[in-house]
Write a protein that binds this ligand. Structure first.
Ligand code: FAD
Length: 303
């Protein structure tokens, strides 16, 4: 890929009236606050604009990545080549309270949606309180916590692919697995229809508060992180294994294994993605040696 191809994409975005930025520092868009620049950061406002971005990247053979709220991402310090499609401007929400139907854009802020639906007396999302993603990212990662996961609540998804254009997938045709789904940079979530259960707003709110209390007492809150670094192995918890290996508080440079929850890496601003990645490797090796379990990363890495 040449600089000329990237410039051609930028010209195409300009001609189509799609908002974009050159050399956008991605640290601004990740919850861990790390990561170098994207050559082009495009911000489509509609499904049609997503399609235009995808077509431009394909036509000029430029790599394309999708960025939601950046809460499950580690971006290389040197940044990434090509186009990053940021879904932040796709934030519409429509709620049919009577029938429990929620239609929302991929960039919709998930924590706000959880509160809003609970306030409308709709049950379903309260177990996901505190997951700081975009709706598109939550669906793509099939995010979940305790008994909650988003997959069973998804009725349909409007998605865009470079090969097939815009399509609507209904739940039976979507592959939801532990922390992954059919979606990603090759099949981009544009908007989602959720089906929730009408209930008493007071009861839903009480459950939401209880889930939030559990989260606040078991996870680091108010510090920069990318959430859980490793997936839980079958029948066990990655945090327990890391703790059992005596790794709480382990550091590489400014990156540290949280004392509150061993599956979180936290920092106070003075670190790099390279240090976080080195700490991840140290943990994986140490846990494999002491427990014979190979941990698999949950956090996505962009190199
Ligand atoms: C403090 C904290 C707590 C967390 N707690 C939980 C938890 O309890 N449970 C849990 O499951 N996760 C948790 N996470 C991780 C994270 O919030 C989820 O994985 C969330 O689903 C990521 O959404 P996002 O929009 O931030 O995605 P991003 O981090 O922006 O992207 C994640 C991946 O999804 C892809 N992607 C994003 N949007 C789209 C789209 N529209 N179409 C196609 N691909 C897309 C990206 O390319 C990337 O590969 C936590 C994170 C933090 C920081």
């Amino acid at each position: 890929m040449s600089e000329l191809s990237v410039m051609a994409v930028a010209r195409g975005l300009e001609a189509a009236g799609i908002s974009f930025e050159r050399n956008a520092k991605l640290a601004r868009f990740t919850t861990i606050g790390l990561g170098g620049p994207a050559e082009v950061l495009a911000r489509p406002r509609s499904t049609e604009e997503i399609q235009t971005v995808v077509e431009l990247a394909k036509a000029h053979e430029v790599p394309l990545r999708v960025l939601g709220a950046g809460s499950n991402l580690l971006v290389n310090d040197a940044g990434v080549a090509g186009v990053v499609l940021h879904t932040g401007a796709l934030a519409h929400v429509r709620i049919d309270e009577e029938n429990g139907i929620v239609d929302a854009g991929a960039g919709c802020h998930f924590p706000s949606l959880v509160k809003k639906t609970a306030g409308c007396g709709l049950r379903g999302l309260e177990g996901g309180v505190g997951i700081p993603g975009s709706l598109g990212g939550v669906v793509t990662m099939n995010a979940g916590a305790y008994q909650f996961s988003i997959g069973p609540l998804v009725e349909s998804v409007e998605a865009v692919s470079a090969d097939s254009g815009v399509m609507t997938l209904t739940r039976p045709s979507i592959d939801f697995r532990y922390r992954k789904s059919s979606f990603g940079s090759d099949l981009i979530v544009a908007s989602v229809r959720l089906l929730l259960q009408p209930d008493s707003a007071t009861a839903v709110r009480a459950d939401l508060d209880a889930h939030m209390h559990t989260r606040k007492t078991t996870q680091p809150v108010g510090v920069k992180s990318a959430g859980c670094i490793f997936k839980n192995p079958e029948g066990d918890s990655a945090g327990r294994l890391i703790d059992a290996a005596g790794l709480k508080g382990l550091t590489v440079g400014g990156a540290r294994i949280s004392d509150v929850h061993a599956n979180f890496i936290v920092h106070d601003g003075a670190t790099t993605t390279a240090e976080v990645a080195a700490l991840i490797d140290r943990v994986r090796e140490s846990v494999a040696t002491t427990t014979q379990v190979e941990l698999e990363t949950e956090v996505m890495t962009w190199n």
